[in-house]
Design a protein around this ligand. Structure first.
Ligand SMILES: Cc1cc2nc3c(=O)[nH]c(=O)nc-3n(C[C@H](O)[C@H](O)[C@H](O)COP(=O)(O)O)c2cc1C
Length: 493
């Protein structure tokens, strides 16, 4: 079944037994968070939820149901990206990245399926009536507050759009970006755009400010699940998220021109909020916001979006998520990125065997990396390489281990690391850019990083003592005990 829209995705989750429909009236003011948080904290991420009768802050019923926790489990990510596992998608990207020159005719022919697959990916532009523009409101008819935006946590600065796809364009190259950035509702036609300074949307905004030009923005809510996920993926600025979504779903994303600007949005979106940012205008205070670190982000200054139009389906579904103390739904979106992007990291650092960002490390705080160590200082080389790549540059702590450590299991990674390090010798500090959400750094987005070399140390690295082996039972004994096991009366959990 092709998942072309949010409603297709919800139907697929329903069919897979992954969705619970909540028929009770539930307020968008904190209540949805409390229910969703309990689900997200339950084993495996709990079910996806469709609140059929959300109640707005003024007590009136919402015109749209609210869907939440749609991506919040390994199984649901597999449904969203229509792949048995995220590693399988990684394997597909690895194939695409293989650039050896094919040998002979049969080699050349074997490239064909790859090229055909690629040729099918580009987004399709439609001029036909698009579902997302079935209802069009402009000017004074627009009231953003009429939609079920969540107030997520008690000290939040206001209601938020928490799962938007923000479309912008680079004025110099014309390349498009789609980013998932939270957006605060500040008035019937005013929003505050929380794109952090390291993100592509913010770079577009700075470029527009330099040119002194007003910047169109389109905010799509709900689309095919691959596009929704792609908005959260840290793609290089030149790679179009809708092209990437096309690759993921093996079908193009259909786009339509917005009604008040030249930007394009997914034709299958549920709701689209179109707006304009004037870079000359003073910034507005955004936040505080209960963030994915598990702490509140403090209020700060971000650009105001002036809404020019809202378009929607006739019966839109409003998608949302909440972030907070991990684990939450965003862990599964980030985990998909971790798996899908491994081949990209390996393109420049083939010695990286695997890596993992555990939920409690909230992505930027902790990265475990397993490497195929080939020379003295190799662990430091890998750390420095990672600190030089895209959003990995924001990682606060990187722990490098040998290739035999299953870094996907944080308990194993810490167990080995703590055994292997002489702290004074194996821990180093460096400086660099920090995530906007890091509240501990000495300055905003600037601070120190810690690298831990937890690999086995070599004589060439000054280690002349003998390095002990891991304790593992021999195969013969294991087999003997396997044969006796049923007779031992031992039922272990
Ligand atoms: C649920 C969720 C909320 C997010 N909120 C923000 C946000 O408010 N601001 C931000 O800059 N990034 C946020 N991110 C991270 C970005 O989506 C991510 O860094 C993405 O790569 C940004 O796209 P870009 O690389 O095209 O800028 C969020 C991610 C998730 C999963």
């Amino acid at each position: 079944m092709s998942l072309d829209s949010l409603r297709d995705f919800i139907a697929a989750l329903d069919e897979a037994g992954e969705l619970v429909r909540v028929r009770e009236s539930v307020s968008v003011d904190l209540e949805i968070t409390e229910i969703a948080d309990r689900c997200m904290k339950s084993t495996g991420g709990g079910p996806a939820l469709l609140f059929e009768h959300p109640v707005l802050r003024d007590g009136t019923p919402s015109r749209a149901p609210v869907a939440i926790n749609l991506f919040g489990s390994l199984r649901r990510m597999a449904v969203a990206l229509q792949s048995p596992s995220m590693d399988d998608i990684g394997a597909r990207s690895r194939e695409l990245l293989k650039t050896e020159v094919p040998d002979g005719l049969s080699g050349k022919l074997s490239m064909l399926p790859k090229l055909i697959e690629l040729a099918r990916f580009p987004p399709q532009h439609t001029t036909e009536a698009a579902p997302c523009q079935s209802v069009v409101l402009r000017g004074d008819d627009v009231d953003v507050g009429a939609w079920p935006h969540l107030i997520c946590w008690p000290q939040d600065g206001g209601p938020y759009l928490t799962l938007p796809m923000v479309v912008t364009r680079d004025p110099a190259t014309g390349s498009r970006n789609v980013g998932l950035y939270r957006i605060q509702v500040q008035g019937p036609r005013v929003l505050a755009m929380h794109w952090q300074r390291h993100k592509v949307g913010a770079a577009h905004w700075r470029a527009m400010a330099e040119r002194r030009e007003r910047m169109p923005v389109a905010i799509a809510l709900g689309a095919d699940p691959a596009s929704m996920y792609a908005a959260s993926a840290p793609l290089p600025p030149a790679v179009d998220e809708f092209l990437f979504a096309g690759f993921l779903r093996r079908a193009p994303v259909r786009l339509v021109k917005a009604v008040s600007s030249d930007l394009e949005v997914p034709a299958e979106a549920e709701i689209v909020i179109e707006g304009m940012i004037d870079p000359a205008e003073e910034l507005v205070m955004e936040g505080p916001f209960g963030d994915h670190t598990g702490f509140y982000s403090l209020a700060d200054r971000y650009p105001a979006v002036h809404v020019t139009a809202i378009t929607s389906r006739r019966d839109p579904i409003y998608p949302a998520t909440i972030v907070g103390r991990p684990p939450m739904e965003d862990y599964y979106l980030g985990h998909a990125t971790e798996r899908i992007f491994l081949p990209l990291i390996q393109l420049t650092m083939p010695e990286v065997v695997d890596y993992h960002m555990p939920a409690y490390g909230v992505f930027h705080n902790l990265v475990f990396v397993a490497i195929d160590k080939q020379y003295p200082g190799h662990a430091w080389k890998v750390m420095n390489g990672l600190w030089g790549q895209g959003l990995m540059s924001l990682a606060k702590v990187i722990v490098v281990l040998d290739r035999d450590v299953a870094v996907g299991n944080p308990d194993e990674a810490w167990w080995v690391a703590l055994n292997h390090i002489d702290p004074e010798r194996d821990v180093r500090f460096t400086m660099g850019p920090m995530d906007v959400l890091d509240h501990s750094s000495r300055a905003f987005t600037y601070g120190s990083k810690m690298g831990i070399d937890a690999t086995r140390k070599w004589p060439e690295e000054g280690f002349t003592r003998e390095w002990p082996e891991r304790i593992v039972m021999d195969e013969a004994t294991r087999r003997k005990v396997d044969e006796k096991w049923a007779r031992l009366g031992l039922k272990l959990p």
